[in-house]
Design a protein around this ligand. Sequence first.
Ligand code: 6PG
Length: 243
Amino acid sequence: MIRSMKSDIRIFSDLASLNESAAQSMKESINKTDGSAQYSLALAGGNTPQALYRLLADKYVHNITWDKVRLFWGDERYVSLEDSRSNFRMARETLLDHVPIPSKHIHPMQTDYPDPNDAARAYELTLRSHFHSKWPRFNLIILGLGGDGHTASLFSKSVSLEEKRWVIPSRAPIEPTQRLTLTLPVLSNAEQIFFIVTGADKAKILKKVLARDADVISYPAAGVLQKNTSVTIWTDKDASKLL
Ligand code: 6PG
């Protein structure tokens, strides 16, 4: 593993060691939650984090204090939670069905409101209840990086630098186009962010979003990197070859 001096970029020779290290880091972070404190974790969707979720389900069932975890999502596709494209369903199948997180501690973004604006407002109320109406500060948010520089479901032009809302509906350029997403100020306020970025197809965009002058409106992931001071990028040799 090589640490880059530019920021906390952890480069691994293979995905197995990357995911093992990320899982260990999550275990240490969750298990140091003291007393009755809760650990607020927001998951990413897409393909990349699935191997990490499966590893947690396979090897970390008994050595993480799962009962402290309160589970949320960074974004969701606006489909049924049983739809094969749902981020909740992906997490349920790879992780939640295999670890002892009480269902009352699992907070999926509800996607059955006719108007996604109402769904966004409902999720904000869920967050307000958990964070006691204080500005949400997740212990950890796991994020992926899209080839166009999006993260969660913050796509180019869907980001407002004056955003005051915690959750918004957004439109993706790919199906399912209707999404819900945490906003940039919420992502930027997390105690820890893990970006998991692997594969040669992410090399160009990873270099772009890490550039100091990266435009946040064009590349929303750059907004998180510029504003959140505790970002760890878990990446492999292919995705980091241009750094
Ligand atoms: C989603 C994700 C999205 C994802 C990126 C990267 O709902 O699809 O939240 O932001 O993290 O698109 O996706 P991959 O990991 O599949 O490359």
